[in-house]
Design a protein around this ligand. Structure first.
Ligand SMILES: Nc1ncnc2c1ncn2[C@@H]1O[C@H](COP(=O)(O)OP(=O)(O)OP(=O)(O)O)[C@@H](O)[C@H]1O
Length: 262
């Protein structure tokens, strides 16, 4: 059943994201071929693939930053060409933590910036906006740092603040492109735990792009392996039943994934 209404109404039963037979090439280089998958509401999806496997290109297509060549993408049941509710989607890029450390803003101010798209730069925040800002900061476990300068925080803490900034507008789908680049190992685990909690308790659908297949498989509900096309989409634990040979065939090199139980 599809309750589309000229691209304005949303089909609440539709997948949050549906990608169908997507091909993409830069000049003569085919980067994506026949990419097909969908992500259901409430999933924590991990998209993994080696360098150059097309992850960033795929995300840029999903965010409407690159024009479709072949195939189609639906967001909340609406073809991307007609999709207007971009406030339902938030994106945190790997570049977020290359933030200028000298930037004179507190955690509160950085998170508040996530609301300016909703209310405009020169409007004042009302009580509800302030509540949303504090709630987003609490959701990423940064309440003790509200008035600290962003430049004084560690890479992992800064990245949590950027997640809070993207959560404050209350998106339904949060897309993260390699958010743990530059975050030390111990904090990477904490970071993934925080994402898993946001997914379970706040019901936010997550699409996490990573080349770190070992760690993310402990947290994600859906694992997608991309190398030009989707070679695996399913339960992360079933992925480990595949032979090393099968995995390395699409991963491009031999790899030993490590599974942790949490
Ligand atoms: N703007 C561009 N023009 C030409 N080729 C590009 C462009 N962007 C990416 N490519 C090429 O397309 C292929 C896929 O790149 P993409 O960045 O999508 O992969 P990725 O999986 O995100 O890689 P990484 O993990 O290294 O970031 C690579 O071979 C890359 O060199």
């Amino acid at each position: 059943m599809n309750a589309k209404n000229g691209g304005i109404g949303m089909d609440s039963t539709a997948p949050v994201l549906s990608v169908n037979q997507l091909d993409y090439k830069y000049e003569q280089q085919n980067v994506l071929e026949g990419v097909t998958f969908s992500i259901q509401k409430g999933s924590f999806a991990g998209l993994v693939g080696p360098n150059g496997s097309g992850k960033t290109t795929l995300i840029q297509l999903i965010l409407g930053l690159l024009r479709l060549q072949e195939g189609n993408i639906e967001l909340f049941g609406t073809p991307i060409q007609k999709f207007k509710n971009w406030n339902k989607i938030s994106f945190v890029s790997q570049k977020a933590n290359t933030f200028n450390r000298g930037f004179p803003a507190t955690v509160y101010e950085v998170v508040a910036m996530g609301l300016t798209g909703n209310i405009g730069y020169f409007r004042f925040f009302n009580r509800l906006h302030k509540k949303q800002i504090y709630q987003a900061i609490e959701n990423v476990g940064m309440s003790d740092y509200v008035h600290r300068n962003i430049g004084d925080l560690s890479g992992g803490q800064q990245q949590r603040v950027f997640i809070a900034r993207s959560l404050v507008s209350q998106p339904e789908l949060l897309i993260l492109d390699e958010p743990t680049v530059g975050v030390d190992t111990e904090n990477v685990e904490r970071f993934y735990k925080m994402l898993a909690r946001l997914n379970k308790q706040e019901g936010i659908t997550l699409l996490l792009v990573s080349h770190d297949i070992g760690t993310i498989t402990s947290y994600v509900t859906d694992l997608l392996c991309l190398n030009k096309t989707i070679h695996y989409h399913g339960n992360p634990s079933e992925f480990y039943q595949k032979s090393d040979e099968e995995i390395s065939k699409f991963y491009g090199h031999s790899m030993h994934a490590i599974s942790h139980d949490h």
